[in-house]
Write a protein that binds this ligand. Structure first.
Ligand code: AMP
Length: 308
């Protein structure tokens, strides 16, 4: 069984979409990554920090998915990271209304001893120096290091983002952020430029328009499954990353072909996550539903054409 180490936020999210709004609910990059990865036969652990205002039932949601929380620091009297976002009619664009780092502002991650030999490390969205510290603590170079980041960190700690991405194998990033990072409008040019910055593989997420995988001159595209009901896109990117890394933690080899499959698993799981607010859908997701939708995915993208 593969071992997946996840670092990222465990958060209070408050979300507004055209279909309704929530109070503070369970969110955070590591949360969505862990829930998605739990669909695979992997041992996974989350490293993160929260305040003791986090309800026990939120932590239970994660432990119920067999995610190891020994690397989750709970600060007495501390406040948990809080993010508030609003989606407009176009669910592809969102506005961040509030980001309160709280306990995350002084976070020194500690990798649990039994995860220092993890096969895959998923550096979820948080401060790039925290991501770097996790890499530094690994006893040996993992099979794969994947990093996700967002505009908040490029705006506030760009030099550190550039430092950490030198050490990773794969970056997952959304289209606007890829443009921001490189100054290139063309995503093909942006992906080429990012490959000179460190990661050999670049995954550009385009929300409801799918995801692109780049490696040298190879490009692969996976659509997002067209859904009748999209309720809340929050966490779709992280769910994608959880499916992507969860699958790769189970494979013997890392290649463009295994990554293509990983992109499909990531896209497939993300299609569930957006069907309800927050983690609601992922909490009850069953493996046979996941498999059934993989068939839909295959049918969506398969065609016969005679080529001369
Ligand atoms: P996604 O929709 O996949 O991009 O991720 C949404 C999640 O990211 C939410 O659950 C937030 O708690 C979390 N998040 C938002 N802003 C940040 C940030 N600056 N750093 C880390 N996590 C964040």
């Amino acid at each position: 069984m593969g071992k997946l180490l996840i670092v990222g936020t465990v958060a209070f999210d408050e979300i507004e979409t055209p279909f309704g709004k929530t109070d503070k609910i369970l969110g955070g990059a590591a949360t969505f990554i862990g829930m998605a990865a739990s669909q695979f036969n992997v041992d996974s652990a989350i490293i993160s920090i929260v305040g003791d205002d986090i309800p026990q039932e939120y932590l239970d949601v994660l432990s119920n998915k067999n995610i190891d929380l020994s690397g989750l620091e709970i600060v007495k009297g501390g406040k948990t990271f809080y993010w508030k976002g609003k989606y407009h009619n176009d669910l592809n664009s969102r506005e961040t209304l509030v980001t309160e780092l709280n306990t995350l502002a002084d976070f020194n991650p500690v990798v649990p001893e039994n995860y220092k030999d993890a096969d895959v490390v998923m550096l979820g969205n948080l401060h790039p120096m925290v991501q770097m510290s996790v890499i530094d603590q690994m006893a040996k170079r993992p099979k794969l290091i994947v990093l996700d980041t967002m505009n908040f960190w490029m705006d506030n700690a760009l030099d550190d983002v550039l430092k950490v991405i030198k050490h990773i194998d794969v970056i997952t990033i959304n289209d606007e952020e890829a443009r921001q990072l490189t100054g290139e409008y063309s995503l093909v040019k942006a992906a080429k430029k990012i490959q000179t910055m460190g990661p050999k593989y670049v995954v550009i997420k385009k929300g409801e328009h799918g995801a692109l995988l780049f490696h040298k001159d190879n490009i692969f595209f996976a659509p997002a499954l067209p859904l009748e009901e999209v309720f809340d896109p929050t966490g779709a990117g992280d769910t994608f990353a959880g499916g992507f890394t969860g699958y790769l933690a189970t494979t013997d080899t890392i290649s463009f072909d295994t990554m293509k499959t990983a992109v499909i698993h990531g896209s497939n799981l993300a299609s569930f996550s957006v069907e309800r607010f927050g983690t609601e859908r992922m909490e009850v997701l069953e493996r046979d539903e996941v498999n059934k939708r993989l068939h839909q995915f295959k049918a969506l993208t398969q065609f016969d054409i005679e080529l001369k």
